[in-house]
Design a protein. Sequence first.
Length: 132
Amino acid sequence: MPIFSNTDTLYAVMRDMFTQVAEKNPKAFDDMVKSRLTVRFKVSQPSGEITIDGKTRPPKLTYGAFSGRPDIDLDLTGDVLDKLLKHEISAQKAVMDGTIKFKGNPLKLQGMLSVLKASNAVYPDAYKAHAQ
């Protein structure tokens, strides 16, 4: 069974996680904003899209279809997203071995690393609050 039971649960966990990151570590998004980076997570199992648009301060988060064109697209399953956010797998290694399908300039992915690192700290609590 997938780690996220449905799309609503996926979005609730991600919304809570990014809200906590913004409150506890607002500088985590600075690199994304500085480089005007937009990243879309295209998740399967369950199906959903989460986009972080760093062209605005604070970054705009979209849950569902995104009307713009992201700089980076990451295609992954909900289970892989869970492992990434628990820091059980490396984003770089997962992209290299094809676990995460990547479209975009790989050098721009650096701007996302501080957000992922800050997310690692709050994700377990966000997951517990919404996915049980």
